[in-house]
Design a protein around this ligand. Structure first.
Ligand code: ZN
Length: 94
């Protein structure tokens, strides 16, 4: 039985093969173990998904990462640090 890329990506997640190393603003970096190797993959500047594996297009690693990250849409991945808590903390010390 042939496994589709989607099924493979799901299996990678279930088997704990995906490790997300960094989520910072519009950038995501992760590692995924599959096919006897560990591949690095991620999202570059909120626009381009990339993976270091030899597969072309959307591979199972990116499917796995896509399942645990929010698809870029209306709210997207625009996470900006909120400066207010810092300001409040400072005020508390005065
Ligand atoms: Zn890949």
């Amino acid at each position: 039985m042939r496994e589709s890329v989607e099924q493979k990506g799901r299996r990678y997640l279930v088997e704990g093969r995906l490790v997300v190393d960094l989520v910072a603003g519009d950038e995501i970096r992760a590692r995924c173990r599959g096919g006897g190797a560990v591949y690095e993959l991620g999202l570059f500047n909120g626009g381009e998904w990339w993976c270091g594996c030899p597969a072309r297009g959307r591979c199972a690693h990116l499917v796995a990462l896509g399942l645990v990250t929010v698809a870029r849409g209306a709210a997207g991945l625009h996470v900006t640090p909120d400066p207010e808590p810092v300001a409040r903390a400072r005020a508390g010390f005065e």
